[in-house]
Design a protein around this ligand. Structure first.
Ligand SMILES: Nc1ncnc2c1ncn2[C@@H]1O[C@H](COP(=O)(O)OP(=O)(O)OP(=O)(O)O)[C@@H](O)[C@H]1O
Length: 544
């Protein structure tokens, strides 16, 4: 596991980078705790002066309201700063997650389920943000608050502080019990929501099959089942929430009543513990309500921290996934007459335990055209993946102009390879973006040349905004999308075209158009293709 990939390090780095912000948070947290202790003490003095028939000075009144205002101000500044800090953490974490995603091995990328991946980036990162906005720091502030109030009450009414010392642990345990149950329900809810959100894109993906097999009812029932589990878990959370608050309020009222009754009892012994002036009584009342609130929040904060720990654990699991090996990148892959363009030299490769290619050797020379042929599952697409450097051979060498395919640098890839798959994968953006894939090195004339080569230029120019039209799935027909695939593959002028059953999903007429475009694109290029259709086979046959 790479240490620098962990959530803890992202948080640590953010604290280091934002020293001023972190310092300001500590100051406002401690400041708010200390300043909030003062108003009840001033109030006690005011009430004591009034009951003794003395005047209350304007300064005392102003000080009281001033301290109240300062407490409010410090608390709001603290909340604001915490939100900013939480957002910095979120930003840093999401950027790090995306970086990690880009570095995953091809196998690990294939294994990611869209719903689960989205919940790593969204839900889990949000729980880490909450750790700061309403978890660990608020918990520290609340703990400071409870201790400081207990200290002040100890000097004002020893009896009450003893009652509170006995009561607070019980209250805390009760709170924890409730929160634990709530957490279990929330986790169940999150899992159900994850399953339900993953189910929607999955269903959309298979919607044709579902309609063909008339499986709509099964689909609806399955979705209902997922959201049903989620609603049940939410109802349990709401129930605990509804029970907890009234219990706390009643307890608060009972403590106040007991203390007031005892302080008015007239019994000398009781009064040594509970006796107090009218002013102190007012202050004590205020402190009691102040001490219950943080105990109540403490439970919530523990829950937030627990969810964040679960979120952190899942994010750390993602960070621990295996990354692509770093290879020294080649800077200049040069074509020479003596070295084959593509060479498989005694290659053995398999996915985990499953060996697909054994001691495979073949050569394709510069400008040559070859078709990979073999039964389904023989490993034809795997050969293209090895050529693209997505996987490394277990044994032997996969060479492009004598250089191992995995060592070909990013800059060189588009100049070397043009890859056309069975179906087109649209990227969000315009028609131009589909062709360039946001590669700024591809010029306007290269874009137009690629469109012309595939015979798509009239269709594109006929669109309302031409090359700047935003793409939607219904913009082109299936055959036209496949032509756009060829335009995308040839735009950067690559010397090798890799074609993976590009006409597999097309009717005979469209296949003819695509093959004509392909023949134009294949001029002066090396081509390795896979096709089961005899009509689409090009050049020499490499049998698997
Ligand atoms: N990412 C993967 N993880 C595990 N096994 C895989 C993976 N990709 C392919 N395979 C397996 O490797 C074998 C070869 O697959 P490949 O797609 O290369 O075959 P193919 O010859 O192109 O087949 P087809 O003609 O049906 O497209 C198959 O048994 C397939 O199940």
């Amino acid at each position: 596991m790479k240490r620098d990939g962990q959530v803890r390090d992202v948080i640590g780095n953010t604290i280091k980078e934002k020293k001023l912000l972190s310092g300001a948070i500590v100051c406002t947290v401690l400041g708010a705790v200390l300043v909030s202790l003062v108003p009840p003490l001033i109030l006690a003095q005011i009430v004591d002066r009034l009951t003794a028939g003395k005047d209350v000075t304007a300064v005392l009144m102003l000080l009281y309201f001033g301290m109240l205002a300062l407490t409010g101000l410090l608390e709001s500044v603290r909340e604001g700063l915490l939100i900013v800090f939480g957002q910095k953490i979120t930003h840093a974490l999401r950027s790090r997650l995306m970086k990690k995603f880009g570095r995953l091995t091809t196998d690990n990328v294939n294994r990611q389920e869209p719903g689960t991946l989205v919940s790593r980036f969204v839900g889990d990162v949000d729980t880490v943000e909450k750790l700061f906005t309403s978890g660990i720091i608020s918990m520290f502030a609340d703990a400071c608050r409870i201790v400081s109030i207990l200290v002040v009450i100890w000097f004002r009414n020893r009896g009450l502080s003893l009652i509170l010392l006995l009561l607070l642990p019980v209250l805390f345990l009760f709170t924890r019990q409730i929160q634990k149950r709530m957490l279990a329900a929330q986790i169940e809810n999150r899992r159900a929501v994850g399953r339900a959100s993953a189910y929607v894109p999955e269903t959309l993906h298979n919607i044709r099959t579902i309609h063909c097999l008339k499986k709509e009812t099964y689909m609806e029932e399955k979705y209902d089942q997922y959201i049903g589990v989620s609603y049940q878990a939410m109802e349990r959370t709401n129930f605990y929430d509804a029970v907890y608050s009234p219990v706390i309020l009643i307890l608060n009222a009972v403590v106040v009543a007991v203390v007031m009754l005892l302080s008015a009892s007239g019994n000398g012994k009781i009064l040594t513990l509970f006796g107090m002036s009218a002013g102190t009584a007012v202050a004590v009342l205020s402190y009691i309500s102040q001490i219950f609130r943080p105990v109540e929040s403490l439970g919530m904060e523990i829950q937030t921290i627990q969810s964040a720990i679960a979120g952190i654990h899942r994010i750390n699991e993602f960070f621990a996934l295996e990354e692509k090996k770093e290879h020294p990148k080649s800077t200049g892959v040069r074509a020479t007459k003596e070295v084959p363009f593509v060479e498989f030299r005694d290659v053995t490769f398999g996915y985990e335990e499953h060996v697909v290619l054994e001691h495979m050797s073949f050569k394709v020379m510069d400008g040559e055209q070859a078709t990979l042929s073999g039964r389904t599952g023989a490993g034809k697409s795997t050969i293209l993946k090895l050529l693209l450097g997505l996987y490394e051979p277990l044994e032997g060498d996969v060479l492009i102009h004598g250089v191992p395919a995995v060592q070909i640098g990013e800059e060189e890839r588009r100049r070397l390879f043009g890859y056309v798959e069975q179906s087109f994968h649209m990227v969000p953006g315009t028609v131009r973006d589909q062709i360039t894939l946001f590669d700024e090195r591809i010029t306007e004339s290269q874009i137009r040349k690629a469109a012309e080569l595939t015979g798509l230029q009239d269709a594109i120019e006929g669109l309302e905004h031409g090359y700047d039209t935003i793409c939607t799935p219904e913009l082109f027909s299936q055959g036209q999308w496949q032509l756009l695939s060829i335009a995308r593959a040839t735009a950067a002028g690559p010397s090798l075209l890799l074609l993976d059953e590009i006409t597999a999903n097309l009717d005979a007429d469209t296949e003819k158009t695509v093959l004509q475009a392909l023949n134009r694109a294949a001029q002066n290029r090396t081509v390795i293709s896979i096709s089961h259709r005899t009509s689409a086979k090009m050049g020499k046959i490499i049998a698997l």
